[in-house]
Design a protein around this ligand. Sequence first.
Ligand SMILES: [Zn+2]
Ligand SMILES: [Zn+2]
Length: 368
Amino acid sequence: MRSSRWYIAILLLFSGPLASGQVRQEIHFPDLPGQRTLKCDFHMHSVFSDGEVWPTVRVNEAWRQGLDAISITDHIEYRPHKNDVKTNPNRPFEIAADKARECGLLLIRGAEITHDTPPGHFNAIFLADAAPLDTKDIYEAYGHVGRQKAFAFWNHPGWQGPERGQWGEVQTRLFENKQLHGIEICNGEVYYADAHRWAVEKGLTLVGNSDEHTPFSDLPWTATSHRTLTLVFARQKSEGALREALFAGRTAVWCQNRLIGPERYLAPLIAASLEVRPPRQGRKGAVWLEIANRCELELQLQPTGNARTQMTVPARATGLFKLDARAVAKGELICKVLNCLTDPNQPLEIKLTVPTPTAGTQPAGRQE
Ligand SMILES: [Zn+2]
Ligand SMILES: [Zn+2]
């Protein structure tokens, strides 16, 4: 009797929803004053539409990859596995919810409203119930989105069809009805400059997601090969704070080797990521400058007024650069960050403070 109880206890331990001893990578982007930087992906699929994984796998992957929040957004109208998998659009969330709670991952109930282009696909997240969205009439579906106070965004604009990339009648109507809140400016590895322009023009929240259908690779991330994420600047890590920040537009998108977002968030984020060390004097009016980069993005810095100089500091590493001493003589260095975009053609500009040389080093700008 005793041994069978032990057997059952051990079985429960190892067959529980969360496997013990897993390892999580950390994604390094600093918090902003008063706000936490949450790493999020609001668009992915499971076997409940055209994906190839069970919903709990999405939770495991997200935890291991260092994310804070995800939404599993299966297509409502496109379900190629429907003969094998039941089709209730709330099931992916319900199945994954326990595991997400055990991991401390925020799991947001969502779905992809899937119509031909135009108007294309839209995600609704923070839904209370995805089932009523299963209707052919997109405006009826959006009526439910509005009543449930969900956050809605236009997916992968420019994906397919002769009308791709067009802001159409449906978008206008949804936008005017305040039923369209964001736009996916990056989907997987694709950046949609037109969509970014519309987002800036109309004040829509910038969103970037993986739209993954297959299992994620376990290969280490690199500067150009990583999961596309939305960084959300939320007052705390909670569903309510995440929702509030999305509606307020406090986001940036990390895609390939770019960070894209409003200047008011990118500037403090990059400033908090960089450390400029006291310069050391070189030969012939030059100085040597160490710049440390604590964030996950490789930073491509270009001193303003000097288009020929580019200083690339890899993620979580330090670069050493030779500059004309006059560039830092005033104790500051103004740089464009070429791969941080505040607008499709506008790189972020930041002012870095250059500390005075410490004892034992000669002041910058003096020739040997
Ligand atoms: Zn889609
Ligand atoms: Zn999708």
